[in-house]
Design a protein around this ligand. Structure first.
Ligand SMILES: Nc1ncnc2c1ncn2[C@@H]1O[C@H](COP(=O)(O)OP(=O)(O)O)[C@@H](O)[C@H]1O
Ligand SMILES: [Mg+2]
Length: 257
């Protein structure tokens, strides 16, 4: 079991942000987490990562029950990629050093890495088609290129679980497709981590995400097989509105499933 969440509630002052969440992720599964803005996705991820503590309920991640295991150790085996992370990194750092900094969970490279780790960072960049960015400063990359570097940075620590929180935010349609290709390539690697892909853009959910957790107003609306849930009727019920006539990507996506 990679994630096991039982009866989790999370409340801030009088506001119930998460209500009675139950969710299990087994190893070998990749999940999409779908919900509109403000539905509680990032809060749930913060609980999984141990950044916040549920008001009630039990959380077990990678076999470690929260409250009984050092969080620092757990965070090392959980990778996290989100656009907001980009502001925390140093633009004047070389891209390969940003990748390497993932080993130390630091925003830039403060320590002298071992040669084996340097080699691994360079190999990762080659494997994922980013070798032309070696020795380029991070700030000079496009948004999509930066996001790919962030994925490799997360991979440096060999995570067992990799959370991609709205990784395509701000990307144009081409950069988005390239980033999705990177995600696909990553899923095919030997020893690939369990992937959780968080989005409110349904058309970003690649076929490899066989399961989806749908979250609405802090509650689980439905969870299970993506191709059963993400139909035109299923989405209309979830959004409480018919799919917009002009949402072509979306319509194409549901008709292809
Ligand atoms: N620290 C906090 N204090 C009060 N409200 C919060 C806090 N964090 C999140 N919320 C609220 O909880 C809801 C869910 O937020 P969030 O998990 O970030 O949603 P999502 O990631 O799905 O967009 C929002 O209404 C947000 O304003
Ligand atoms: Mg969010």
């Amino acid at each position: 079991m990679v994630i096991e969440i039982k009866n989790v509630n999370y409340q801030r002052k009088n506001k119930k942000i998460l209500k009675n969440i139950n969710w299990s992720v087994q190893s070998g599964e990749h999940w999409a987490l779908l919900g509109l803005n403000g539905s509680g996705k990032t809060t749930l991820l913060n609980i999984i990562n141990g950044y916040i503590w549920p008001t009630t309920g039990e959380v077990t991640v990678l076999g470690k029950q929260f409250g009984t295991y050092p969080l620092g150790e757990l965070r090392k085996i959980i990778g996290w990629v989100s656009t907001s992370m980009q502001d925390k990194l140093y633009g004047d750092e070389y891209t390969e050093n940003i990748v390497l900094s993932g080993l130390f969970a630091s925003p830039r490279l403060y320590e002298d890495p071992e040669q084996a780790d340097v080699d691994r960072a360079l190999t990762l960049m080659e494997e994922f088609g980013l070798s032309s960015f070696i020795h380029r400063r991070y700030a000079t990359l496009s948004q999509g290129e930066k996001q790919k570097i962030l994925i490799l940075r997360a991979l440096m620590a060999n995570p067992k679980l990799l959370i991609l929180d709205e990784p395509c935010t701000g990307l144009d349609v081409f950069a988005r497709e390239q980033l999705l290709e990177t995600v696909e390539q990553l899923s095919k690697q030997e020893d690939a981590p369990t992937l959780i892909y968080v989005t409110h853009h349904i058309e970003e959910i690649l076929p490899l995400f066989k399961n989806t957790l749908m979250i609405r107003r802090g509650e689980i609306f439905k969870s299970g097989a993506t191709n059963k849930l993400l139909t035109e009727e299923g989405l209309t019920e979830f959004f409480e509105a018919p799919l917009p006539e002009r949402a072509m990507f979306l319509r194409q996506f549901v008709s292809q499933r």
